[in-house]
Design a binder for this molecule. Structure first.
Ligand SMILES: *Cc1c(COP(=O)(O)O)cnc(C)c1O
Length: 456
């Protein structure tokens, strides 16, 4: 099985590289769309057989039957959820990572990869304003990033409580404060950790503020909290919490300050919105998903800690067969998150940053913000459309006057069936609405106009 002949390797290698290059050159890529299980049973059928069907046949099957059954998240009119639109450089380098058999969990095994990943993390840490000792790891996504940060926060709080001799109720903090606009992964992390999420009310602008946070913390008892989670760019609206006042309250009570920038953290690179993030430099931990708004392929979340030693104490796995790694003073990425084995998933992002330079990232993020502002203005200009909240970042939520939930759904289904666009309904305070999330620099003003024209 491993003994492919040179000839076979070359033939299959050429075919895979040609397919990949063609895919990356498509402009635009076809949107494609889901098929039913029954349809796939007919078109693809049984693919795994005792003798194997051969690489070329499997590739053909992927190209003709499987790939078209997957929506292209990098299509310029894919504006649902949060799209993923990697640079060609990042996507191509993913092939290299796959071909290189690198273990990205330890310095001993993957020093070169870890060195490069850490420079990419450093770029983000500098955007945040974290101190030189800050560091972290690339994890699969914001969900694992948030969970890992909260595990580090709780471990730290418990060590401190034990150190101060606080025992009994309140001695082992179990609460997390966040808003209801926080991402679902925060509640999910609390569930996994058997922690309690305390929902803090937001202000008129939908933001978590220090004032409301202080009230909630005092109402429940400061010693019961091990973390506060602020969001720098909520998923539904792109709202950035009032990080400065929130960070101040965290310091006042000595509570870990985590900032979830999975989607919106990328805005740190854009001077036109950088002021929204004031106070973020006080974060004890921070995440941003380069697979969202920083043009890296799935799956890639940057997780950073102000004091990595605290995370290391919480996450290092101990076992006799790992002693050789844990005893060394080296930087082992695996020590900073949930999980052990890891792919060097930060490398495609690093390669693209190294290739294009950070100025290109600033320009690309600004470009998406420009198109978002255009979209908001274009929506406001049309009689039957209404912006629900002026966008802070690159998400705009709006309503089509007179439409029911069923109307939004039928419209969305039609656009996808026609492979024209992928824009799903969302909801806010019980009302069905729709939403554009613009993180693809290829999404143009023309795309926005074309989609809005279908809502007349
Ligand atoms: C997307 C998102 C997450 C979850 O990230 P995944 O990479 O999907 O696990 C967490 N928080 C926010 C604010 C997000 O937008």
């Amino acid at each position: 099985m491993h003994g492919y002949s040179d000839q076979q390797l070359e033939t299959l290698g050429d075919a895979i590289l040609a397919y990949s290059a063609d895919r990356l050159k498509l402009d635009p890529v076809p949107l494609d769309g889901p098929r039913t299980l029954a349809e796939l049973d007919v078109s693809a059928g049984r693919t795994i057989t005792p003798q194997g069907i051969g690489g070329l046949a499997a590739l053909k099957l992927f190209e003709e039957d499987l790939a078209p059954a997957c929506i292209s998240t990098d299509h310029p009119r894919y504006l649902s959820f949060i799209p993923c639109a990697p640079t060609e450089a990042a996507a191509m380098f993913d092939l290299v990572v796959g071909a290189s058999s690198i273990y990205g969990g330890s310095w001993l095994e993957g020093a070169g990869a870890v060195y490069a990943e850490n420079q990419a993390l450093r770029w983000i840490a500098d955007l945040v304003g974290m101190p030189p000792e800050a560091g972290g790891v690339f994890v699969p996504g914001g969900t694992i990033g948030n969970l890992s940060a909260l595990v580090a926060a709780r471990h730290t709080a418990r060590m401190n409580a034990a150190h101060e001799g606080r025992q009994g109720p309140g001695g082992r903090p179990w609460r997390v404060a966040a808003t209801h606009g926080a991402h679902s992964s925060i509640q999910s992390a609390c569930d996994v950790m058997d922690a309690e999420m305390v929902g803090v009310e937001v202000d008129e602008q939908g933001r978590l503020t220090g004032e409301r946070l202080r009230e909630a913390i005092l109402a429940h008892g400061p010693e019961t909290f091990f973390a506060v989670v602020a969001t720098s760019g909520t998923t539904n609206f792109g709202i950035v919490d009032d990080l400065a006042s929130v960070s101040q309250v965290c310091r006042e009570f000595g509570i870990w300050f985590h900032v979830d920038g999975a989607y919106g953290g990328a805005g740190l690179a854009a001077p036109s919105v950088r002021h929204l993030y004031d106070g973020i430099e006080h974060a004890d931990s921070f995440i941003v998903d380069p697979h969202k708004w920083l043009f890296a392929p799935f799956d890639c979340c940057a997780l950073l800690y102000r004091e990595p030693a605290l995370a290391r104490a919480a996450h290092t796995q101990h076992a006799s067969y790992l002693d050789v790694l844990t005893a060394a003073p080296d930087w082992n990425p695996t020590d900073y998150s949930v999980g052990l084995t890891r792919r060097a998933r930060g490398l495609p992002f690093w390669f693209s940053l190294a290739t294009h330079g950070t100025d290109a990232y600033t320009e690309a993020v600004e470009r998406t913000l420009e198109v978002t502002r255009f979209a908001a203005a274009e929506i406001a200009r049309r009689d039957h459309l209404e912006v629900v909240r002026e966008p802070d970042l690159s998400v705009v939520v709006f309503r089509r006057l007179g439409w029911s939930a069923a109307d939004y759904q039928a419209w969305s289904d039609r656009l996808l069936a026609e492979e024209f666009a992928f824009v799903v309904p969302t909801s806010h305070e019980g009302e069905t609405l729709t939403r554009f999330a613009i993180v693809n620099p290829r999404t143009s003003e023309d795309d926005i106009v074309a989609i809005l024209d279908t809502m007349a």
